[in-house]
Design a protein around this ligand. Structure first.
Ligand code: NDP
Length: 481
């Protein structure tokens, strides 16, 4: 008998969203000089949440100047021990305000509260704690006896993990002694603005962190600013390539974390029930808006039918709907633009001969939604097997031998992550060695930890974030990756 779930909505009364937000420059909020504002909406309801400033060239200049002043006068002169105190304070404030931040993230992004509360926010705090610990120990990180900071870091982040991507960027930058100008994505600025408030609450010296909101054009002005020493970008491969071209020939140090088309490879000796959970987590977590998502499932032919039947059974139990409901598994697609992209690519899947399947699930009338979807009869030439869909869409292929699995897994311009499911340790090690991917998970998927470096090969970008390796991206040393 199927269970009926009673609604279990998380209250949104804990968040206090202002009707409009200025730019956080030099330690306080100010109106944009361009005078422009844009709306940010809740993608689950299309309700306008707030109006947010759009930074123009003069605002970008002011933010970079504030970061430069703070770098020259305060932050670069402060001891690592003192920097650590501020970063620890930020980490503790994030923990104290984590319920508020989780609700705000869910409202602005559309991800289920279960994920923002249990995955995003604990990881955000963990990244600040981890990097606070490094601030006074940089001489032991393997970069020489006295590694130096770079200066002003320009950071541009996407909308899929707004506060977590901020943490991945801001925490190591501050720990290594740099100051920051960060631009959140246009559709998800609210948690970055709440973070600005946390910086004030922590008494962080003015200008060490500056948050400027805006669209792609603001991001372009920021990364192209001549007084920036470091550019860190996470987002699409296309914009990443444009940024790489823009910083070529300058002194700017660059890290790019771009798209992916990861293979999640299941061998016939894998614990199938466990693998099914890993497949679901691999592609339906965060509506598939995950750069390292396991979007290509490679099933060994002898277990393909059994695994597919189990997967489909499991997908019928997923609950799509109100992201603030604690029972919800699949939330809203972040924007109408992203929804159109998913619709276009899935239509191409059918047009090219793949077979589409989704469980029957009610789709809310308002907002942007896409049901969990599985494509079978997929060939390597299909667009749905080659392009990043960035939605809850799985493309299933099969293989017979480990060599064939390796060839298919690596047959992509991307190289961010891979998953291997088998009970044989020797096969895990052999496969992991063959994978052209920055992260390889064995008998699990989508596990993150601040101590572990994250980054890609090929068109997935370069440079590492997290771990000792990630520190090198914010120090005046050779990049280790
Ligand atoms: P983008 O790469 O356009 O956006 C990422 C960030 O870069 C945003 O803050 C964006 O601002 C900013 N930006 C856009 N253009 C420029 C520019 N010329 N110079 C500097 N910064 C810029 O990704 P989209 O949001 O458009 O998503 C498109 C596709 O990218 C997705 O469908 C998905 O396939 C992929 N993607 C991959 C991600 C990953 O983690 N690897 C994350 C997000 C998307 P703004 O939001 O205002 O446009």
């Amino acid at each position: 008998m199927p269970f009926d779930y009673a609604p279990a909505p998380e209250s949104r009364s804990i968040v206090d969203i202002e009707s409009n937000y200025g730019l956080f420059i030099g330690g306080s909020f100010s109106e944009p000089t361009s005078g422009g504002f844009f709306k940010t909406i809740n993608p689950a309801t299309e309700e306008v949440l707030s109006e947010v400033a759009e930074a123009g060239q003069a605002d970008v200049d002011a933010a970079v100047a504030a970061a430069r002043r703070a770098y020259d006068k305060t932050w670069s002169k402060m001891s690592g021990k003192d920097r650590a105190k501020y970063i620890f304070r930020i980490a503790r404030l994030i923990q104290e305000r984590s319920r508020e931040l989780a609700v705000l993230e869910t409202l602005d992004n559309g991800k289920p509260i279960r994920e923002s509360r249990d995955v995003d926010l604990p990881l955000v705090a963990a990244h600040f704690f981890y990097h606070a610990g490094w601030a006074d120990k940089l001489e032991f990180a393997g970069y020489g006896p006295d590694p130096k900071s770079l200066g002003v870091a320009a950071q541009v982040i996407p909308w899929n993990f707004p506060l977590l991507m901020l943490a991945w960027k801001v925490a190591p930058a501050l720990a290594c002694g740099n100051t920051v100008v960060l631009k959140p994505a246009e559709t998800t600025p609210l948690t970055a603005l709440a973070f600005a408030d946390i910086c004030k609450q922590a008494g962080l010296p003015p200008g060490v962190v500056n948050i400027i909101t805006g669209a792609g054009e603001t991001g372009r002005m920021l990364v192209e600013h001549p007084d920036v020493d470091k550019v860190a970008f996470t987002g699409s491969t296309e914009v990443g390539k444009a940024i790489q071209r823009a910083v070529a020939g300058t002194k700017k140090k660059l890290t790019l974390e771009l798209g992916g088309k990861a293979a999640n490879i299941v061998f016939d000796d894998a614990p199938i029930d466990q693998a099914i959970e890993g497949i679901v987590n691999g592609i339906y977590f965060n509506q598939g808006h995950v750069c390292c998502a396991g979007s290509r499932l490679l099933l060994q032919e002898s277990v393909a039918d059994e695994a597919l039947a189990s997967l489909k059974r499991r997908l019928t139990t997923l609950r799509l709907g109100d992201p603030l409901d604690k029972n919800t598994d699949i939330g809203a697609i972040n924007s109408s633009m992203q929804l159109s992209k998913i619709e276009e690519l899935t239509a191409s899947g059918e047009a090219e001969g793949a077979e589409r399947w989704s469980p029957t699930c009610p789709i809310p009338d308002k907002g942007f939604w896409f049901p969990p979807t599985v494509f079978t009869n997929v060939t390597q030439a299909h667009r749905i097997a080659r392009e990043e869909i960035f939605g809850p869409v799985l493309s299933v292929l099969t293989f017979r031998t480990p060599e064939e699995a390796v060839a298919k897994a690596n047959n992509t311009p991307f190289g961010l992550s891979a998953g291997i499911w088998t009970e044989k340790g020797s096969r895990i090690l052999w496969m992991a060695n063959q994978m052209r991917a920055g992260i390889v998970w064995a008998n699990t998927f989508n596990r993150f930890d601040p101590t572990s470096p994250f980054g890609g090969f090929k068109e997935s970008g370069f440079g590492r974030e997290g771990g000792v390796q990630g520190l090198g991206a914010y120090l005046n040393v050779e990049d280790p990756s």
